[in-house]
Design a protein. Structure first.
Length: 266
């Protein structure tokens, strides 16, 4: 514990430029969290210090881990932005094209690595609430990478038409775009219709409702699971990401069939 206090004191002294080790409570709390965040980078899952390592060594290794993740995130972001497409959605564009660039400009890996700065308004399919700092940003960017890859499996005009059919105001909605596309694709597969058929007729919705009601939620989710395997192709990573949405899709389809409102979903 003394060694931990020593590290925090040294960081505080560097923060003040060597003038003092006394700072306001809020800054002291921030710097303490910064040290703990870096230590957590290499702390093992049992909550124990790695064998034969002192706290200072763990902290320094954690600092290097943070810097490595920042570099990894920057490379991922730069590569993704070469052909990034927000498909007209304002929240996605503002979060990635505008906001993420500011993160790399203002992120403080030395004195506040635990702060991910951005609100990350565009929703992804992976829950990231427990992550902080560069860990959350890196995980978020990986989600966006997979979403971009999935949507680019289909012609841009097709994706735009599916999004417009879902809601003509999709451009200003805070909604996950691949989730909309996925529901449409799965509905077509259930009906054994070509994927390119973007508009369904009333008879299609009636058939879809009967199919869903006949299967029930558990069997439907299993069917959707198999369909997603064909959609994801040879990308296990994409499949694992999109698979998280299947339980919600199955529940929504069952509810939509029950209340005759499937046309609002696909």
């Amino acid at each position: 514990m003394d060694e931990l206090y020593s590290i925090i004191s040294e960081l505080t002294e560097r923060y003040t430029g060597g003038d003092s080790t006394s700072v306001p409570y809020e800054i002291a709390e921030q710097l303490t969290e910064a040290v703990c965040y870096c230590i957590d980078q290499v702390w093992n899952h049992d909550g124990l210090v790695p064998e034969n390592q002192e706290v200072r060594g763990i902290y320094e290794a954690g600092c290097q881990s943070v810097l490595h993740k920042v570099e990894e995130a920057q490379q991922l972001y730069s590569e993704m932005m070469k052909d990034f497409d927000a498909y007209g959605n304002r929240t996605l564009r503002e979060t990635i094209a505008d906001g993420m660039a500011k993160f790399f400009l203002y992120y403080d890996a030395d004195y506040c690595p635990q702060d991910h700065i951005l609100t990350l308004d565009y929703p992804v399919l992976l829950p990231l609430e427990e992550l902080r700092g560069i860990d959350r940003i890196l995980a978020y960017l990986n989600c966006i990478r997979l979403e971009q890859s999935f949507m680019k499996l289909f012609p841009r005009d097709y994706v735009l038409k599916v999004l417009r059919n879902y809601n003509r105001s999709y451009t200003i909605l805070i909604v996950n775009l691949p989730g909309i596309l996925l529901r449409k694709l799965l509905a077509n597969l259930l009906l054994e219709l070509p994927l390119w058929k973007t508009e369904l007729e009333q008879r299609h919705y009636e058939n879809l409702a009967r199919l869903i009601q006949r299967q029930g939620r558990d069997n439907l989710e299993l069917t959707l699971f198999r369909q997603l395997q064909s959609l994801a192709g040879r990308s296990p990573e994409m499949f694992q990401y999109l698979k998280r949405e299947l339980a919600d899709v199955a529940a929504e389809f069952v509810n939509g069939a029950k209340h005759d409102c499937l046309e609002r979903m696909v």
